[in-house]
Design a protein around this ligand. Structure first.
Ligand SMILES: [Zn+2]
Length: 109
């Protein structure tokens, strides 16, 4: 069962709300719902050292996204282009979708 907090899904736009990357926006590449962590494109980059392996491969440093806890992120509404609180709306057919609390824009398509 999913815990309550992961309102964030793959391909969502999110903003970092704490730390040195505060205010930066990226799209979600991967969600780990169990741990409540997500990988956000080009955010929270960490340098990893790679070792030379094989004959031609060179050792070096690559940059890779490290997971960010969802509590450090906020969804960004496509319409407002701002971080927003997410509300739930129930459609006519009874399905639940996420919606921006400011403008009502549906965040699920
Ligand atoms: Zn909005």
């Amino acid at each position: 069962m999913l815990k309550k907090h992961p309102m964030i899904k793959k391909n969502d736009k999110v903003m970092v709300i704490v730390g040195k990357e505060k205010g930066k926006i990226g799209s979600v590449l991967k969600v780990d719902a169990e741990k409540g962590r997500v990988i956000v494109e080009k955010l929270n980059m960490v340098k990893r050292h790679t070792r030379a392996g094989g004959r031609s491969a060179q050792g070096g440093i690559i940059e890779k996204e490290a997971p960010i806890h969802v509590s450090n992120l906020m969804l960004v509404c496509n319409k407002c282009a701002e971080s927003t609180r997410v509300g739930k709306q129930i459609l006519e057919d009874g399905s639940r979708v996420r919606a921006c609390k400011k403008c009502g824009e549906l965040l699920d398509s």
